[in-house]
Design a protein around this ligand. Structure first.
Ligand SMILES: [Zn+2]
Length: 494
């Protein structure tokens, strides 16, 4: 071979190397073209890229167009933004929004239409992964699980209530996983065998049920005329923590008072399921300065890397009862069946009285605004000092129309922005931070090759504008793309 020929051959080989494309064979695929992907970890925006999905997983991401064969759909995402699907790590999907068990029995039509809509309402606002944080019986999740179009649902097992504590005021067989702790004021009936209710026995049963979280409670109660409900001792909480981790579960604990946060921060639980809005004897005043006693509790939580769910919408949702205009917000029609909105409109006074009795609305509203601001002030402090903040809404948290599914998450985000939390951090909390805290980051939390194809295509950049979460173009769940319209209760009923 002469030199010229070798030279030409090498050029040819080099050229063919450069143009050689990745070959991808798809059986049931989705290709998103010109996607600008936002990484929630560093808030970087990718150049226009190809996202190739096969079945329910992402198989390729790159700026070079691969050679794709087989069966697939294409979406052009020019001018749009792609983020991972959102994760709400504190919801309850077993009931019918604010209806009591009795109201459910009296209104079967509302229950049916609500349950059909519920999974879609979460997807409508981009929530593709949910954690039901506390149902006594996992079989009650079945209605949600059987829906064809729904978010991924994980759950906390079986209500590991302490002794005859909060959430267990009447003995019945609905709470098989209570944890035994003697208490003079609230004795445990003799029929229960202590050995079946040790932290070890309970954690093992909860792990076997398929749960990923053990949820327990630190709640002395709200009625000062009654003896406080039993709360766990330090020793008992340490044992619960150990057994939870032995069973590869995450320990989440209900607590929202200063006393609870103080105890749980020191106990180094994994997650406190509520923010510290209740400041005990302290009040937020116009100086906006956090009292030292509260700061100390927050500092311990930061130091011990305890997950903190601000759950700002718990307070705002209750406050919504003082303002029935909430029921005229247009977003509501997308997430609640019309029959349920009408039912609420007819019952606003009863719902208010049920929670607040005869207390004047203006006083309740002023108090709840202050408590809400206490929650936001703490959230900002935690953010500024490196706290481990997790996105959880507690939807619905109480008998109020103020925590509508899906929309409540969007309202929680708006509140976080009000608390001056940077938009990049809000995105991280609702995606990768939640995924890591609940050990779901192998599959969720970022848009990456190898992960599940749960993602959102947005019309606006969520790093610049919080309303991007209300301008969703498409929701991709397990590789299936759904236009937002298809998920709206309004569109379905029309
Ligand atoms: Zn809850």
């Amino acid at each position: 071979m002469n030199r010229t020929f070798l030279y030409l051959l090498s050029i040819f080989l080099l050229a063919s190397c450069i143009t050689q494309k990745t070959e991808i064979q798809l059986t049931n695929g989705l290709v998103i073209e010109n996607a600008r992907i936002i990484s929630p970890e560093d808030q970087a925006l990718s150049p226009e890229s190809f996202i190739v999905i096969n079945g329910d997983s992402i198989v390729y991401i790159g700026t070079d167009k691969p050679n794709i064969n087989g069966h697939f759909k294409t979406i052009d995402a020019t001018g749009k933004y792609v983020i991972p699907g959102l994760i709400d790590s504190h919801v309850h999907v077993t009931g019918t929004d604010a209806l009591s068990d009795e109201e459910e029995l009296q209104n079967p039509e509302i229950v049916t239409t609500f349950k059909e809509q519920l999974p879609k309402s979460y997807l409508y606002f981009g929530y593709t992964t949910l954690i039901d944080l506390g149902t006594t019986k996992p079989e009650r999740l079945a209605d949600f699980q059987k829906a064809e179009i729904r978010p991924d649902l994980y759950f906390a097992g079986g209500g590991a209530v302490i002794g005859n504590g909060y959430g267990l005021s009447n003995w019945n067989d609905e709470i098989p996983n209570f944890i035994y702790q003697e208490n003079e004021d609230y004795p445990i009936p003799e029929k229960y065998v202590k050995e079946n209710h040790t932290p070890k026995a309970v954690a093992e049963r909860i792990a076997a049920s398929g749960a990923i979280v053990l949820k327990t409670y630190y709640e002395p109660g709200f009625d000062p005329t009654q003896p406080p409900f039993p709360t766990p001792s330090k020793e008992l909480m340490a044992e619960i923590r150990q057994e939870t981790h032995n069973n590869n579960l995450v320990l989440a604990v209900h607590g929202n008072s200063l006393e609870a946060h103080d105890f749980l921060g020191q106990a180094q639980v994994d997650v406190i399921a509520h923010g510290l809005w209740n400041w005990g004897n302290h009040r937020l005043d116009s100086t906006k300065v956090i009292p030292e006693e509260i700061k100390k509790v927050l500092d311990t939580e930061i130091e011990n890397k305890v997950g903190y769910m601000p759950t700002l919408q718990v307070i705002n949702g209750l406050n919504a009862l003082t303002n029935p205009d909430f029921l005229n917000v247009p977003e509501l029609e997308h997430v609640l069946p019309r029959v349920l909105i009408e039912y609420y409109k007819l019952n606003v006074d009863g719902m208010y009285a049920n929670v607040f009795g005869g207390a004047p609305k203006n006083i309740i509203a002023a108090n709840f605004n202050r408590i809400s601001n206490q929650g936001k002030t703490n959230l900002k402090y935690l953010h500024d000092h490196g706290g481990n903040i997790l996105f959880g809404t507690d939807t619905p948290s109480s008998p109020t129309y103020g925590n509508p599914p899906g929309y409540n998450g969007y309202l929680e985000m708006l509140e976080m922005e009000q608390a001056a939390i940077p938009l990049g951090k809000i995105l991280a909390m609702a995606t990768i931070d939640n995924a890591k805290a609940f050990k779901l980051d192998k599959d969720f939390g970022t848009v990456e090759t190898g992960k599940k194809a749960n993602l959102l295509i947005l019309n606006k950049n969520p790093l610049e504008d919080i309303t991007a979460y209300n301008s969703i173009e498409q929701v991709v769940i397990h590789g299936v793309s759904l236009s937002r319209k298809m998920l709206s209760a309004k569109e379905i009923q029309e």
